[in-house]
Design a protein around this ligand. Structure first.
Ligand code: ADP
Ligand code: MG
Length: 374
């Protein structure tokens, strides 16, 4: 009987490699939006306007007033591994920007039609550049009238990846994911004005004002019922040299001691958690660790369990938490979409947050206020 033919090994085309890689980072319109939103924030924008058509499948457009891109950088803007944010591998420790790999725009250009209009501070006009498969259109950037900042249009997402296109949900659900991403950043980056609307609609579905507080934006994004039923939560875990609570104020800072000897790690948690009157249908955890929107299922479960144990009815909580850890304790490079970060002392931190919430709910936190005992 005939033996199976011996398979031969060959090198894949660059375009195939890049299209496969793109699929890891860009899974749906909301993941493309997240990358572009992070770029706008990295560029120091104070206003970000998003316009969406057909749940982002037909058009995803993001306009910011950040520092823009210089004309000389436009030819490599969408090449893989081109970035203005990272130079040496060591820079990853404690990196301050959200981006660092130079893969997002490249990835998007391999699975969609990408157009960039950008103008730097003080320039007399902007430039418009069209990209396909990482490459700037052969005719080069065109001069154009523009505002300071960057406008990126992504059209026909996954036009060349039919399977991925078929796997997308309907426009309403994809748009919901986009609003979810924007809502998280809108609260975290309170002060930056963000808006999101469907193309052709006059009204924004999400809108926050310049200079607004986080509580203002919890109200704007999650609604008045949430905003009026949240309590401020602050925790400081100081090593030997814990400073005073940075914000002082009404919430106060409870100190927590974590799980024994951890070498005096300094970390801070700041946020809002729902009170005993709030009755959510599903648990909502908005978590940022060192400036990144991330998910942490064990923390979510722990918070859920705390509310279930303390409250009589099966009310699901809302929590917005910003966690700041030393850069050397957080590995930002564990997941292609940066959706997960790895961090040290995870159990200690979860336990400390759980205890702090429990104390808040039982109303006994005031006796342990760190700021007041100083
Ligand atoms: P990364 O964010 O990892 O650097 P990206 O592919 O997301 O990679 O972006 C590549 C580069 O393009 C960035 O490093 C930045 O210099 C530039 N860039 C992207 N988006 C913007 C923007 N909205 N405003 C200014 N510069 C931008
Ligand atoms: Mg980026």
């Amino acid at each position: 009987d005939a033996a199976a033919p011996q398979p031969r090994i060959h090198r894949l085309d660059e375009a195939v490699v890049n299209r496969i890689a793109a699929g890891e980072i860009i899974q749906r319109p909301a993941s493309a939006l997240k990358e572009m939103l992070e770029n706008s924030l990295d560029a120091g924008s104070t206003q970000i306007i998003v316009t969406v058509k057909d749940g982002g499948k037909a058009l995803l457009q993001i306009q910011d007033n950040g520092h823009g891109v210089q004309k000389e950088d436009l030819p490599i803007l969408c090449k893989r591994h081109t970035t203005s944010k990272l130079r040496a591998f060591e820079d990853l420790t404690g990196i301050q920007t959200l981006g660092f790999r130079g893969e997002a725009l490249a990835s998007i250009s391999y699975v969609a039609h990408l157009t960039v209009t950008t103008m730097t501070q003080g320039a007399v006009h902007g430039w418009r550049a069209v990209y396909e498969d990482g490459v700037l259109d052969a005719s080069g950037p065109k001069p154009t009238a523009a505002n300071k900042g960057t406008l990126i249009s992504v059209e026909g997402l996954f036009w060349n990846v039919p399977l991925r296109q078929k796997a997308l949900k309907g426009a309403a659900e994809e748009y919901h994911h986009i609003l979810d991403v924007m809502g998280r950043y809108a609260v975290y980056k309170a002060g930056v004005s963000m808006s999101c609307k469907r193309q052709g609609e006059a009204r924004s579905d999400l809108h926050t004002l310049a200079g607004a507080s986080r509580l203002d934006n919890i109200r704007a994004v999650f609604g008045a019922a949430v905003a009026k039923n949240v309590l401020p939560l602050e925790l400081m875990k100081g090593g030997g040299a814990a400073g005073p609570c940075p914000t002082g104020g009404s919430g106060g800072c409870g100190e927590f001691s974590g799980g024994g000897d951890d070498g005096g790690v300094h970390c801070e948690v700041e946020g809002f958690v729902s009170n005993a009157d709030y009755c959510g249908k599903k648990t909502q955890l908005v978590l940022f660790i060192n400036g990144r929107a991330v998910e942490c299922t064990p923390l979510k479960r722990a918070i859920e369990a705390t509310y279930a144990a303390v409250l009589p009815k099966a009310a699901k909580p809302f929590a917005f938490l910003e966690v700041r850890l030393p850069g050397s304790h957080v590995d930002v490079n564990v997941h292609p979409t940066k959706k997960e970060v790895g961090f040290l002392h995870q159990e200690d931190l979860i336990e400390a947050i759980r205890t702090a919430i429990e104390e808040k709910l039982l109303g006994s936190n005031s006796k342990r206020t760190f700021a007041q005992t100083l």
